[in-house]
Design a protein around this ligand. Structure first.
Ligand code: UDX
Length: 442
């Protein structure tokens, strides 16, 4: 990777997970970055090296480039030093399913008239937002302000790596200096580039996330049919994934997708279509399948335990996926509430997300380790596939449990290891042991 010497200073507005990773990534490429946030405590913390989120490699990267990373609550600092102002503020869902663009609009309002600056939109916004903002700029006498759409495709837990080694960079612009400047910024990454119009770039982001979510809901439905027919979805996914046109990724059946992007973006795209009078039927199903998938664990527990009243259920993992402390839309939120509503007592352990989980989950007994969580439990449910759970000593767990049921919500554990310990293993879309024919049977 070649690092440019004559690098472009940039501003990043919003120091959440996207903003900070983008800032640290561009600092790694040799750029000076002015990071702006309205949250004074956050900026103060960042100045002292405190990273507000748990993201592997981020703290080291910020530390390494302290000299290039400038933190401030004053937008003027970014405007003075940088031409390109990346916008990475939150666009959470509203009750109607539309994205809440109030933080984006606050940034637009705060911009002065200028013909030397550009907004570069990283926040995920509905198609047409760029056009609206350009119209607002024109109405406010700020028509000289340029606009570029540059969606992010960072996965939580591997965001730093995704920034430095992206599958593609998508840049939507009007063909002016700002688009060229953003292309130049990303050039050292030598990634495939899609340079297009603003609306198409906005749609690439929403469509990509909706497609990946569709892939997950699809394999989850295949898993449910596998349960009815005795096929094993892990084998099925392997067989499907080797087809180049399908690919092996995002074919892991489980108890549903969560996180800050998929649920929100799928709903936002459905809503965007609906607002223009188009009924996006497929996405309705993707969302519904995902909601039902989170609840399927209940039926599995009842199948083995009968009534769940008074049962002790141990949840291993709470975060929406491993290597993050993000609890947004995590399947554990629905599951822990459903279990308590059914009369169970719930204990849980997550190596990283406990603090976030405590803000959102009530009535759960948080434990300090997996071993402690499982002690005396009637059933264990693996919710998040943290690596440490694969290394558990199942014989030891079996001897400390009251019951013997292990539900692997991510098809992550080795079923034979669990069964050898005398436990009953149930995955998602995998046959129970008695249904399996011995290997070699014709
Ligand atoms: C996603 C997109 O991948 C990323 O490009 C975008 O910028 C932000 O949204 P993220 O939310 O961090 O990233 O997580 P991701 O790794 O995509 O997983 C999302 C959810 O899908 C998780 O809950 C995960 O457990 C679930 N998932 C993923 C499955 O259930 N099965 C799979 O095969 C893959």
């Amino acid at each position: 990777m070649s690092h440019s010497t004559d690098s472009e200073p940039i501003g990043v507005i919003g120091t959440g997970y996207v903003g900070l990773v983008t800032a640290a990534g561009f600092a790694e490429l040799g750029n000076d970055v002015w990071c702006i946030d309205i949250d004074e405590a956050k900026i103060k913390g960042l100045k002292n090296g405190r990273i507000p989120i748990w993201e592997p490699g981020l703290e080291e990267l910020v530390e390494r480039h302290r000299a290039r990373l400038h933190f401030s609550t004053d937008l003027a600092d970014a405007l003075e030093h940088a031409r390109l102002l990346f916008v990475a503020v939150g666009t959470p869902p509203t009750y109607s399913g539309d994205a809440d663009l109030s933080a984006v609009h606050a940034v637009v309002e705060a911009m002065p008239a200028s013909d030397r600056h550009a907004l570069v939109m990283k926040s995920t916004v509905p198609v047409g937002t760029g056009a609206t903002i350009k119209r607002l700029f024109a109405e406010q006498g700020k028509g000289g302000f340029s606009y570029v759409s540059c969606p992010e495709f960072l996965k939580e837990g591997s965001a730093v790596n995704d920034f430095l080694d992206p599958d593609r960079v998508v840049i939507g612009d009007d063909g002016d200096w700002a688009g060229d400047a953003v292309v130049g910024l990303y050039a050292p990454l030598e990634a495939p580039l899609v340079r297009t119009d603003i609306k198409s770039a906005e749609m690439v982001k929403l469509a990509s996330n909706a497609f990946l979510a569709t892939k997950i809901s699809f394999i989850n439905e295949i898993a449910n049919v596998c349960e009815e027919t005795g096929a094993d979805v892990v084998e099925v996914a392997k067989g499907m994934g080797l087809d180049d046109r399908i690919g092996p990724k995002f074919l892991q059946a489980g108890i549903g997708f969560g996180g800050s992007c998929f649920p929100k973006d799928v709903t936002a795209l459905k809503q965007l279509a609906g607002n223009s009078g188009y009924h996006f039927q497929l996405l309705n199903s993707v969302i519904e399948v995902n909601e039902l998938q989170k609840r399927r664990v209940m039926a599995k527990l009842e199948k083995h335990l009968g009534s769940l009243v008074g049962k002790e259920i141990a949840l291993l993992g709470l975060a929406f996926k491993p290597n993050t402390d993000d609890m947004r839309e995590a399947s554990s939120l629905v599951l822990s509430a459903r279990l308590q509503a059914a009369g169970s007592r719930v204990r849980a352990y997550d190596p990283v997300a406990e603090e976030e989980a405590r803000k959102l989950i009530r009535g759960v007994d948080f434990k300090a380790s997996a071993v402690e969580t499982v002690e005396g439990a009637d059933a264990v449910v693996l919710v998040t596939e943290w690596a440490e759970f694969a290394a558990l000593d199942f014989a030891e767990l079996a001897s400390s449990m009251r019951g013997s049921l292990v539900i692997d919500g991510r098809n992550f554990l080795d079923p034979s290891k669990v069964r050898e310990a005398g436990l009953t293993y149930e995955g998602i879309g995998r046959p129970a042991l008695k249904d399996r024919e011995p290997a070699g049977t014709t």
